[in-house]
Unconditional design. Structure first.
Lengths: 54, 304
């Protein structure tokens, strides 16, 4: 469990969390980046950039 | 082996890859390229001790330069910066595919709105206008009329980054509601799927329905040639079925000429495979790690 930096709600997290992974806040819908896992810390994820892709 | 993963976001694809590597006991170094500097002599990114670095950067710009620096440091990296440079640029991809003699959609590049409109008119409607850099079907325009063409070209010229003033115009291919994605390692198909939908864009990222696809000899040959054309590596090769079974120009009329029924329209160098892993029976991350192990072993052999 961690806290959404946007709305302050609790965010439930799965066990195999990875730094760099993106999770959604179920309350406000903000995309959050996992910046640490021990303990879990979330930050607002970067906005989509034009050169992202595969 | 010690594997460096260049990344800026861990998608499900990277997570599958990380899981497979760790399960096999490999030492994984995650390298968030946003947190490092890459100098002419050295970097603070932990690439030096890696047997192999795998480029999984989400941003094409980072992918191109980070892999260049790895090569500069004599660190083995897949895919190669040469492959990245070709695949990241639709113009270079089209040229490479055409140079290799592959069927690929007829394409014209123009540098002004006037010459672009002339090219559009020469193709007729509909035709397609694509950004030279981009993915997931974004900023693709199907031009159905001259009015639409004039508007889109003006918007790109006025509002766009300089790359949007390189107008990449393509003949519209009447595909049968789907295209084909083949994931290949150095030209060898690993798994394939169709991506179907009602929209003219059938990218998985656009919500297309995915189904397993059996690679036939013709597709396998096209994929191998396309892989070679862009420098090889772990690639996602995209094809469309043209339905036109006539022989290509210059051929002697053999209706079963290889490549006659498909056109290769894209090759992706940081290929996503989560949808393919779900759609096919192949364990895609396992196959990818098999290939990475082979590549790392080959590097050890050539670097005593």
């Amino acid at each position: 469990m961690s806290t959404c930096p946007e709305c302050g709600s609790d965010v439930a997290l799965h066990d195999d969390l990875e730094v760099g992974e993106i999770v959604d806040c179920d309350t406000c819908g903000t995309e959050l980046e996992v910046v640490d896992t021990a303990p879990a810390v979330l930050d607002r994820a970067p906005e989509l950039s034009e050169d992202w892709g595969e | 082996m010690r594997v460096g993963i260049l990344y800026s976001r861990i998608r499900k694809d990277e997570k599958l890859l990380l899981g497979e590597l760790r399960e096999r006991g490999h030492d994984v170094e995650k390298i968030d390229v946003r947190k490092h500097g890459f100098g002419l002599d050295d970097t603070d990114a932990a690439v030096a001790d890696c047997d192999l670095v795998v480029d999984r950067c989400l941003a094409t710009s980072r992918s191109k330069y980070a892999t260049e620096f790895c090569r500069h440091y004599d660190v083995p990296v897949v895919n190669s910066p040469d492959t990245a440079a070709v695949c990241a640029d639709k113009v270079r991809t089209s040229l490479a595919l055409d140079d290799a003699g592959l069927p690929t959609p007829d394409t014209t590049v123009a540098f002004t709105t006037e010459s672009a409109l002339e090219a559009v008119e020469s193709y007729g409607y509909p035709c397609v206008l694509k950004p030279v850099v981009g993915s997931w079907g974004r900023l693709m325009a199907k031009l159905d009329s001259r009015n639409a063409a004039e508007a889109v070209l003006e918007h790109k010229a006025t509002l766009g980054h300089y790359e949007h003033k390189v107008f990449y115009i393509q003949d519209f291919v009447e595909k049968p509601g789907r295209d084909i994605r083949v994931l290949a390692t150095d030209g060898e198909p690993v798994a394939a799927m169709t991506r179907s939908g009602d929209h003219w864009l059938t990218n998985a990222a656009k919500g297309a329905q995915t189904d397993s696809f059996e690679v036939d000899d013709e597709v396998a040959e096209l994929v191998e040639t396309a892989s070679d054309a862009v420098g090889g590596g772990l690639l996602g090769v995209d094809l469309m079925e043209t339905g036109a079974r006539s022989a290509p120009e210059g051929a002697t009329g053999d209706a079963e000429e290889p490549g006659a029924g498909y056109t290769v329209h894209e090759v992706n160098h940081t290929v996503e495979f989560k949808a393919l892993n779900d759609a096919s029976d192949v364990d895609v991350p396992a196959a990818v790690v098999d290939w990475l192990e082979d590549r790392a072993a080959a590097e050890v052999e050539v670097t005593p």
